[in-house]
Write a protein that binds this ligand. Sequence first.
Ligand SMILES: C[S@@+](CC[C@H](N)C(=O)[O-])C[C@H]1O[C@@H](n2cnc3c(N)ncnc32)[C@H](O)[C@@H]1O
Length: 202
Amino acid sequence: MSVSFEEREKWDSFYKTNAPDQLPWETGRAEPDLAELIKQGVVDEGRVLDICCGLGTQTIYMAKQGFEVYGIDISSTAVKLAQERCSEEGVACHLTQGDASDLKYPDGFFTFVFDRGCFHSMSPERLETYIRGIHRVLKDGGKYYMKCFSSRNGNWVNSFTEQDIRNYFSPLFKILEINEYTHVENTYGQRVYLYGVLMETR
Ligand SMILES: C[S@@+](CC[C@H](N)C(=O)[O-])C[C@H]1O[C@@H](n2cnc3c(N)ncnc32)[C@H](O)[C@@H]1O
């Protein structure tokens, strides 16, 4: 089942109607935990995917670290703005408008998938397809780093307990690390709780 027109428009309108510093999730800087993974050598050289790349902040950061970076987002406005930012920053990234739960990349194409807020943006009926797609496009032993809302935010539909995460991912991934993070959202000044989960394909 593909993403509905309404869902695509909902995401696109965020980018059409908000300046970057008004998007709740946009930080304008590299994620410190992503930077740490790269510094520690967890991310193998090669092709990496920023899934649900938004304005491309982490995409551009990874390109500057020497990776061949691909990005995908359902919002054509986000992809256009991310492309402009890549040009301004002098980096070449492969950006596509598309559905993260229906990836068109070949099997085993990536060494690493970075996901900040993509898993938790999927509608519940697409979560398992989404996870299978990420597993398929990763090489054997490829790494997946996923940040999602934690249940400490309250009873949101798109927030997860540590056990939920284990249940969803353990069939296809070895969970190497789970850590908790917080982020203060731009627009609302609200503190949100996230898990950062490092995984490797089984
Ligand atoms: C919370 S934002 C995170 C954006 C970016 N990863 C970041 O950290 O700034 C979620 C993003 O997921 C995108 N998105 C939602 N559903 C999607 C789907 N099915 N396929 C691709 N992108 C999707 C939205 O357009 C939005 O850019």
